[in-house]
Ligand binder design. Structure first.
Ligand SMILES: O=C(O)C1=C[C@@H](OP(=O)(O)O)[C@@H](O)[C@H](O)C1
Ligand SMILES: C=C(OP(=O)(O)O)C(=O)O
Length: 423
């Protein structure tokens, strides 16, 4: 298949648009749901057909890891995976390499405990800076032989085919993915497993709801005991056909492009059809150019770079709170967004503790401010700062190919809306 436009370029300069962006765009399938469904299908005996799926680096890495453990993953078209499994994962011949795919890294670190044998789960240099210690400790508390490198990948698990039983506590403050990882593996306990949160904080809870919905679709029995604990019965999973909704985080770029240019972009799905946490960003974005003075990003974390770039054009400054765990995503996003906004215009973005303050300056629109935006191998930095280029002359996105993590057709989509990109 030909590489999508822009992925092999060193830099892309966005030519500002003179009018509203209008058109129809189908966002790619949800990364979060695709990687959950791939794993659950791999843990179910039989054949599952996943439609509306995302085909991107993160889902390729997940599919590749499952293939390495003996699962058949066919791809009849650009949005379908057909997963056929014995219901067991075999020991892979080599360490599993998950790049910088947080979902794949975290979900598989728990799931490979179901392998009868040793498995090393690893990622790239960025992933090796993203903490995984709380998840590994939780696995150990279940009696599983699991180790990490001082709290970071690689993770080595000596599995024995089951997931223990009883109660496991997990601190989800740094990542809700730890909680999702335990919940999905817990359907293979020797008996019911209770997963309980310690600490008052958890990354966006909506991701745990997404996990439970996917588990139930694959036949699991999950009961929420209270605000901080769940009980999972040892049912395993049942193969099924599963429809994946479009990616809400990807949709935020379209909603913001619409707001910024006064346009109308039809995503082909009603906004209330999204069950992902980032769909909450829609209402906030619709308030532009009068965004609230304080925005709590805790429940829509991946949308914060999008809203922060939009905030640069807002009528009044915006403080983003509840975003401490953006520091342990693909890059330190609090720092990256502040640094790159201030590269456009000094003082536009600042950090205060873990908060991000965007000074806001509606007069930026129409100005010429030649700026080369560092993207830190982070798809969301590239995609969100491209929005600034719709209004400011001279915005160049370095390493535009990093969008391939979740939205390989991002630049083609922009061109389809009539945006000119120059390399
Ligand atoms: O469970 C998921 O699918 C995700 C959870 C979030 O991460 P954390 O739980 O690490 O905050 C989010 O940022 C990530 O893109 C996807
Ligand atoms: C944080 C993200 O990804 P992950 O944690 O799945 O690598 C993201 O897609 O913004």
């Amino acid at each position: 298949m030909a590489t999508a436009f822009g992925l092999d370029k060193q830099a892309l300069t966005i030519i500002p648009v003179s009018g509203p962006l209008n058109g129809r765009v189908t966002p790619p399938g949800s990364k979060s749901i695709t990687n959950r469904a791939l794993l659950l299908a791999a843990l179910a005996k039989g054949t599952s057909r996943l439609t509306g799926a995302l085909k991107s680096l993160d889902t390729k890495l997940m599919a590749g890891a499952l293939r390495a453990m003996g699962v058949t993953v066919d791809e009849p078209d650009d949005t379908t995976f057909i997963v056929t499994s014995s219901g067991r994962l075999n020991p892979p011949a080599e360490p599993l390499f998950l790049g910088n795919a947080g979902t794949a890294m975290r979900f598989l670190s728990a799931a490979v405990t179901l392998v009868d044998g040793a498995v090393v789960v690893d990622g790239d240099a960025h992933m090796r800076k993203r903490p995984i210690g709380p998840l590994v400790e939780a696995l150990r508390s279940l009696g599983i032989d699991a180790t990490d490198a001082n709290g970071y990948p690689p993770v080595t698990v000596q599995g024995n085919g089951t997931f223990g039983s009883g109660r496991v506590e997990i601190d989800g403050g740094l990542s809700s993915q730890y909680v999702s990882a335990l919940l999905m593996a817990a359907a293979f306990g020797n008996g019911p497993i209770e997963v309980a949160l310690t600490g008052s904080e958890i990354g966006a809870r909506g991701y745990v709801d997404l996990t439970i919905a996917a588990m139930r679709a694959f036949g699991a029995e999950v009961e929420q005991l209270d605000a901080a604990s769940w009980r999972v019965q040892s049912t395993g999973y049942t193969a099924t056909d599963f429809v994946i909704e479009p990616d809400a985080s990807a949709a935020t770029y379209l909603w913001a492009a619409e707001a910024l240019t006064g346009g109308n972009i039809d995503l082909g799905v009603p906004s209330d059809a999204f069950t992902q946490p980032d769909a909450k960003a829609r209402e906030v974005i619709a308030m532009f150019p009068n965004l609230p003075a304080v925005i709590d990003g805790s429940q829509m974390q991946d949308a914060i770079p999008t809203i922060a770039v939009l905030a640069a054009f807002n009528n009044t400054p915006v403080r983003f709170v509840g975003i401490a765990n953006l520091r342990v995503k693909e890059c330190d996003r609090v720092n990256a967004v502040a640094t790159e906004l201030s590269r456009i215009r000094p003082g536009l973005g600042t950090e205060e503790g873990d908060d991000l303050i965007v000074a806001s300056d509606p007069s930026l629109a129409g100005q010429t401010l030649p700026t080369r935006i560092e993207t830190y191998a982070d798809h969301r930095i590239a995609m969100s700062f491209a929005l600034a280029g719709l209004k400011i002359h001279g915005i160049t996105i370095l390493d535009p190919g990093c969008v391939a993590k979740t939205y390989p057709a991002y630049w083609e989509m922009m061109q389809g809306l009539g945006v000119k990109l120059v390399d």
